[in-house]
Design a protein around this ligand. Sequence first.
Ligand code: PMV
Length: 322
Amino acid sequence: MRQVIASAPGKLMIMGEHAVVYGAPCIVTAVDQRVRVAVGPNGEGEIHVKSPNVGLDEYHKKLSQLGVGEVPKSMTFVEHLIKRVYKRYSICSGITLTTESDFSSLFGFGSSAAVAVATAAALSEYFGLKMSKRDIFDEAYGAVLDVQGVGSGFDVAASVYGRTIYYVTPGKVIESIFTGELPLVVGYTGIKADTPTIVRQVAELKRREKWVDSVFGDITTLVERAKIAFQGNNFVQLGKLMDRNQELLGTLNVSSDMLDQLIRSVRKAGTYGAKLSGAGGGDCMIAMVSPELRDAAGEAIEEAGGAWLKVKTGAEGVRLEV
Ligand code: PMV
Protein backbone atom coordinates (compact mmCIF):
# COMPACT_ATOMS: atom_id res chain seq x y z
CA MET A 1 0.00 0.00 0.00
CA ARG A 2 1.36 3.39 -0.97
CA GLN A 3 2.36 5.66 1.91
CA VAL A 4 4.13 9.04 1.84
CA ILE A 5 5.96 10.72 4.70
CA ALA A 6 6.76 14.43 5.03
CA SER A 7 8.59 16.17 7.85
CA ALA A 8 8.89 19.78 9.00
CA PRO A 9 11.16 21.40 11.59
CA GLY A 10 10.26 23.24 14.76
CA LYS A 11 11.48 26.82 15.28
CA LEU A 12 13.00 29.30 17.67
CA MET A 13 12.21 33.02 17.46
CA ILE A 14 15.53 34.90 17.40
CA MET A 15 14.30 38.52 17.51
CA GLY A 16 11.20 40.60 16.90
CA GLU A 17 8.44 38.70 18.71
CA HIS A 18 5.20 40.59 19.42
CA ALA A 19 6.15 43.49 17.12
CA VAL A 20 5.88 41.02 14.20
CA VAL A 21 2.15 40.63 14.90
CA TYR A 22 1.76 44.34 13.97
CA GLY A 23 3.66 44.26 10.70
CA ALA A 24 7.25 44.64 11.96
CA PRO A 25 9.88 42.14 10.76
CA CYS A 26 11.27 39.29 12.87
CA ILE A 27 14.08 36.76 12.57
CA VAL A 28 13.37 33.07 13.17
CA THR A 29 15.47 29.92 12.83
CA ALA A 30 14.42 26.30 12.22
CA VAL A 31 15.63 23.67 14.71
CA ASP A 32 16.81 20.15 13.93
CA GLN A 33 13.83 18.62 15.76
CA ARG A 34 11.12 17.58 13.33
CA VAL A 35 7.49 16.52 13.14
CA ARG A 36 6.77 13.67 10.71
CA VAL A 37 3.42 12.96 9.09
CA ALA A 38 2.66 9.77 7.15
CA VAL A 39 -0.35 9.57 4.84
CA GLY A 40 -1.71 6.32 3.42
CA PRO A 41 -4.99 4.91 2.08
CA ASN A 42 -8.15 4.33 4.02
CA GLY A 43 -10.85 2.09 2.56
CA GLU A 44 -13.72 3.53 4.58
CA GLY A 45 -13.70 6.99 3.04
CA GLU A 46 -12.87 8.57 6.42
CA ILE A 47 -9.93 10.29 8.04
CA HIS A 48 -8.15 8.04 10.54
CA VAL A 49 -5.45 9.71 12.65
CA LYS A 50 -2.95 8.18 15.02
CA SER A 51 -0.76 10.49 17.11
CA PRO A 52 0.82 8.25 19.76
CA ASN A 53 3.16 11.11 20.82
CA VAL A 54 0.24 13.11 22.15
CA GLY A 55 -1.68 10.10 23.46
CA LEU A 56 -4.14 9.86 20.57
CA ASP A 57 -4.35 6.21 19.53
CA GLU A 58 -7.11 6.35 17.01
CA TYR A 59 -9.27 9.22 15.82
CA HIS A 60 -11.90 8.89 13.07
CA LYS A 61 -13.77 11.60 11.25
CA LYS A 62 -16.13 11.49 8.28
CA LEU A 63 -15.11 13.86 5.49
CA SER A 64 -18.41 15.75 5.81
CA GLN A 65 -17.70 16.34 9.52
CA LEU A 66 -14.19 17.83 9.22
CA GLY A 67 -13.83 20.82 11.56
CA VAL A 68 -17.30 20.15 13.01
CA GLY A 69 -18.21 18.92 16.51
CA GLU A 70 -15.76 17.85 19.15
CA VAL A 71 -12.10 17.85 18.00
CA PRO A 72 -9.39 16.74 20.46
CA LYS A 73 -7.02 19.63 21.15
CA SER A 74 -4.03 17.80 19.72
CA MET A 75 -5.92 17.25 16.47
CA THR A 76 -7.27 20.72 15.75
CA PHE A 77 -4.44 21.95 13.51
CA VAL A 78 -4.27 18.71 11.51
CA GLU A 79 -8.04 18.56 11.07
CA HIS A 80 -8.40 22.19 9.98
CA LEU A 81 -5.47 21.78 7.59
CA ILE A 82 -7.03 18.66 6.03
CA LYS A 83 -10.37 20.43 5.75
CA ARG A 84 -8.81 23.39 3.91
CA VAL A 85 -6.74 21.29 1.51
CA TYR A 86 -9.63 18.90 0.78
CA LYS A 87 -11.87 21.83 -0.04
CA ARG A 88 -9.37 23.73 -2.17
CA TYR A 89 -8.41 20.66 -4.24
CA SER A 90 -11.87 18.98 -4.18
CA ILE A 91 -10.58 15.75 -2.62
CA CYS A 92 -13.07 13.12 -1.51
CA SER A 93 -10.96 10.06 -0.59
CA GLY A 94 -10.31 8.89 2.95
CA ILE A 95 -6.79 8.67 4.37
CA THR A 96 -4.93 7.22 7.30
CA LEU A 97 -2.58 9.75 8.83
CA THR A 98 0.06 9.17 11.51
CA THR A 99 1.99 11.94 13.25
CA GLU A 100 5.17 11.69 15.27
CA SER A 101 7.41 14.36 16.81
CA ASP A 102 11.04 14.54 17.93
CA PHE A 103 10.16 17.13 20.56
CA SER A 104 7.66 17.81 23.30
CA SER A 105 4.88 20.22 22.40
CA LEU A 106 5.67 21.93 25.73
CA PHE A 107 8.95 23.51 24.52
CA GLY A 108 7.37 26.18 22.33
CA PHE A 109 9.14 24.89 19.21
CA GLY A 110 5.98 25.41 17.18
CA SER A 111 4.67 21.86 17.00
CA SER A 112 1.25 23.05 15.77
CA ALA A 113 2.73 24.94 12.82
CA ALA A 114 5.15 22.08 12.04
CA VAL A 115 2.42 19.43 12.06
CA ALA A 116 0.20 21.57 9.81
CA VAL A 117 3.09 22.13 7.37
CA ALA A 118 4.14 18.45 7.29
CA THR A 119 0.50 17.39 6.81
CA ALA A 120 0.08 19.78 3.87
CA ALA A 121 3.27 18.49 2.22
CA ALA A 122 2.25 14.85 2.77
CA LEU A 123 -1.23 15.47 1.31
CA SER A 124 0.29 17.27 -1.66
CA GLU A 125 2.54 14.32 -2.46
CA TYR A 126 -0.10 11.66 -1.76
CA PHE A 127 -2.76 13.24 -3.98
CA GLY A 128 -0.33 14.68 -6.57
CA LEU A 129 -1.42 18.26 -5.84
CA LYS A 130 1.96 19.82 -6.72
CA MET A 131 1.66 22.41 -3.96
CA SER A 132 4.53 24.90 -3.99
CA LYS A 133 6.22 25.97 -0.75
CA ARG A 134 4.10 29.12 -0.89
CA ASP A 135 0.90 27.03 -1.26
CA ILE A 136 1.95 24.95 1.77
CA PHE A 137 2.65 28.14 3.73
CA ASP A 138 -0.73 29.66 2.80
CA GLU A 139 -2.75 26.56 3.72
CA ALA A 140 -0.87 25.87 6.95
CA TYR A 141 -1.04 29.51 8.05
CA GLY A 142 -4.74 29.54 7.18
CA ALA A 143 -5.27 26.48 9.40
CA VAL A 144 -3.36 28.13 12.28
CA LEU A 145 -5.57 31.23 11.99
CA ASP A 146 -8.73 29.06 11.78
CA VAL A 147 -7.78 27.47 15.11
CA GLN A 148 -6.06 30.27 17.05
CA GLY A 149 -7.47 33.42 15.52
CA VAL A 150 -4.11 35.18 16.13
CA GLY A 151 -0.52 34.70 15.00
CA SER A 152 1.95 36.24 12.60
CA GLY A 153 2.76 32.97 10.81
CA PHE A 154 6.52 33.22 11.51
CA ASP A 155 6.49 29.66 12.89
CA VAL A 156 4.78 28.35 9.74
CA ALA A 157 7.37 30.13 7.56
CA ALA A 158 10.25 28.57 9.55
CA SER A 159 8.72 25.10 9.17
CA VAL A 160 8.24 25.54 5.43
CA TYR A 161 11.43 27.32 4.40
CA GLY A 162 13.87 26.29 7.17
CA ARG A 163 17.31 27.90 7.81
CA THR A 164 17.25 31.37 9.41
CA ILE A 165 14.78 33.76 7.88
CA TYR A 166 13.68 37.37 8.02
CA TYR A 167 9.89 37.40 8.05
CA VAL A 168 7.13 39.98 7.68
CA THR A 169 3.51 38.92 8.30
CA PRO A 170 1.43 37.53 6.57
CA GLY A 171 4.30 36.13 4.53
CA LYS A 172 4.80 39.51 2.83
CA VAL A 173 8.58 38.98 3.09
CA ILE A 174 10.22 35.59 3.67
CA GLU A 175 13.95 35.95 3.12
CA SER A 176 16.70 33.48 3.99
CA ILE A 177 19.45 35.49 5.71
CA PHE A 178 21.76 32.81 7.10
CA THR A 179 22.27 29.19 6.12
CA GLY A 180 24.62 27.76 8.77
CA GLU A 181 24.14 26.77 12.39
CA LEU A 182 23.88 29.62 14.89
CA PRO A 183 26.10 29.71 17.97
CA LEU A 184 23.10 29.53 20.28
CA VAL A 185 22.46 27.95 23.63
CA VAL A 186 18.82 27.21 24.49
CA GLY A 187 17.30 26.98 27.96
CA TYR A 188 13.82 25.66 28.73
CA THR A 189 12.04 27.15 31.74
CA GLY A 190 9.84 24.10 32.36
CA ILE A 191 6.80 26.34 32.07
CA LYS A 192 4.43 26.20 29.07
CA ALA A 193 3.75 29.64 27.61
CA ASP A 194 0.15 30.46 26.74
CA THR A 195 0.89 32.30 23.50
CA PRO A 196 -2.63 33.42 22.45
CA THR A 197 -3.30 34.84 25.94
CA ILE A 198 0.01 36.78 26.03
CA VAL A 199 -0.57 38.08 22.48
CA ARG A 200 -4.00 39.35 23.59
CA GLN A 201 -2.49 40.98 26.70
CA VAL A 202 0.01 42.84 24.53
CA ALA A 203 -2.82 43.87 22.19
CA GLU A 204 -4.68 45.28 25.18
CA LEU A 205 -1.56 47.14 26.39
CA LYS A 206 -1.06 48.55 22.87
CA ARG A 207 -4.65 49.73 22.82
CA ARG A 208 -4.28 51.52 26.19
CA GLU A 209 -0.70 52.86 26.00
CA LYS A 210 0.65 55.01 23.16
CA TRP A 211 4.33 54.22 23.99
CA VAL A 212 3.90 50.60 22.93
CA ASP A 213 4.06 51.69 19.29
CA SER A 214 7.43 53.33 19.88
CA VAL A 215 8.69 50.12 21.56
CA PHE A 216 7.65 48.23 18.43
CA GLY A 217 9.50 50.86 16.37
CA ASP A 218 12.65 50.27 18.45
CA ILE A 219 12.30 46.50 18.04
CA THR A 220 12.04 47.00 14.26
CA THR A 221 15.32 48.93 14.28
CA LEU A 222 17.00 46.14 16.28
CA VAL A 223 15.76 43.48 13.85
CA GLU A 224 17.04 45.45 10.85
CA ARG A 225 20.43 45.78 12.54
CA ALA A 226 20.38 42.07 13.42
CA LYS A 227 19.77 41.19 9.77
CA ILE A 228 22.92 43.08 8.81
CA ALA A 229 24.84 41.46 11.68
CA PHE A 230 23.76 38.00 10.45
CA GLN A 231 24.93 38.80 6.95
CA GLY A 232 28.34 39.76 8.40
CA ASN A 233 28.52 36.74 10.78
CA ASN A 234 28.78 39.26 13.62
CA PHE A 235 27.53 37.21 16.58
CA VAL A 236 28.99 39.56 19.18
CA GLN A 237 26.84 42.35 17.78
CA LEU A 238 23.85 39.99 17.61
CA GLY A 239 24.25 39.25 21.31
CA LYS A 240 24.14 42.98 22.13
CA LEU A 241 21.03 43.44 20.01
CA MET A 242 19.40 40.49 21.77
CA ASP A 243 20.12 42.04 25.18
CA ARG A 244 18.46 45.26 24.06
CA ASN A 245 15.51 43.33 22.60
CA GLN A 246 15.06 41.61 25.97
CA GLU A 247 14.96 45.02 27.73
CA LEU A 248 12.22 46.15 25.37
CA LEU A 249 10.25 42.93 25.89
CA GLY A 250 10.54 43.61 29.63
CA THR A 251 8.70 46.91 29.14
CA LEU A 252 5.84 44.94 27.53
CA ASN A 253 5.74 42.80 30.66
CA VAL A 254 6.09 39.50 28.83
CA SER A 255 9.18 38.09 30.55
CA SER A 256 8.93 36.00 33.72
CA ASP A 257 11.00 35.38 36.85
CA MET A 258 12.26 32.07 35.49
CA LEU A 259 13.17 33.54 32.10
CA ASP A 260 14.96 36.43 33.82
CA GLN A 261 16.82 34.02 36.09
CA LEU A 262 18.06 31.87 33.18
CA ILE A 263 19.01 34.96 31.16
CA ARG A 264 20.98 36.38 34.12
CA SER A 265 22.79 33.09 34.64
CA VAL A 266 23.98 32.78 31.02
CA ARG A 267 25.04 36.41 30.92
CA LYS A 268 27.21 35.71 33.98
CA ALA A 269 28.67 32.73 32.10
CA GLY A 270 29.98 35.17 29.49
CA THR A 271 27.55 34.86 26.58
CA TYR A 272 27.35 37.67 24.00
CA GLY A 273 23.72 38.34 24.90
CA ALA A 274 20.46 36.62 25.79
CA LYS A 275 16.70 36.97 25.57
CA LEU A 276 13.43 35.11 25.78
CA SER A 277 12.25 33.40 22.60
CA GLY A 278 8.57 33.52 21.61
CA ALA A 279 5.60 34.97 23.42
CA GLY A 280 7.25 34.98 26.87
CA GLY A 281 5.88 33.90 30.24
CA GLY A 282 7.69 30.56 29.86
CA ASP A 283 8.97 28.24 27.11
CA CYS A 284 12.60 28.97 26.16
CA MET A 285 15.34 31.57 26.38
CA ILE A 286 18.25 31.76 23.94
CA ALA A 287 21.77 33.18 24.14
CA MET A 288 24.48 33.85 21.55
CA VAL A 289 27.68 32.32 22.78
CA SER A 290 31.23 31.68 21.58
CA PRO A 291 31.94 27.96 20.97
CA GLU A 292 34.39 27.84 23.95
CA LEU A 293 31.75 29.02 26.40
CA ARG A 294 28.85 26.97 25.08
CA ASP A 295 29.10 24.19 27.69
CA ALA A 296 29.59 26.67 30.53
CA ALA A 297 26.45 28.53 29.43
CA GLY A 298 24.48 25.28 29.18
CA GLU A 299 25.60 24.27 32.65
CA ALA A 300 24.64 27.72 33.98
CA ILE A 301 21.12 27.13 32.64
CA GLU A 302 20.90 23.79 34.48
CA GLU A 303 22.27 25.30 37.71
CA ALA A 304 19.66 28.06 37.54
CA GLY A 305 16.90 25.43 37.40
CA GLY A 306 16.28 25.29 33.64
CA ALA A 307 16.82 22.51 31.12
CA TRP A 308 19.59 22.89 28.54
CA LEU A 309 18.11 21.84 25.18
CA LYS A 310 20.94 20.80 22.87
CA VAL A 311 19.24 21.59 19.61
CA LYS A 312 20.91 22.64 16.38
CA THR A 313 19.59 25.59 14.41
CA GLY A 314 19.35 26.57 10.75
CA ALA A 315 17.73 23.21 9.88
CA GLU A 316 16.19 22.29 6.54
CA GLY A 317 12.55 23.22 5.94
CA VAL A 318 9.69 20.88 4.99
CA ARG A 319 10.74 17.82 2.97
CA LEU A 320 9.57 14.41 1.86
CA GLU A 321 11.13 11.44 3.63
CA VAL A 322 11.90 8.16 1.96
O1 PMV B 1 5.19 31.59 21.73
P1 PMV B 1 5.64 31.37 20.33
O2 PMV B 1 6.97 30.67 20.25
O3 PMV B 1 4.61 30.71 19.49
O4 PMV B 1 5.94 32.79 19.69
C1 PMV B 1 4.97 33.80 19.64
C2 PMV B 1 5.51 34.99 18.92
C3 PMV B 1 4.57 36.18 18.86
O5 PMV B 1 5.23 37.19 18.09
C4 PMV B 1 4.32 36.73 20.24
C5 PMV B 1 3.25 35.84 18.22
C6 PMV B 1 3.32 35.61 16.73
O6 PMV B 1 2.44 34.90 16.22
O7 PMV B 1 4.22 36.12 16.06
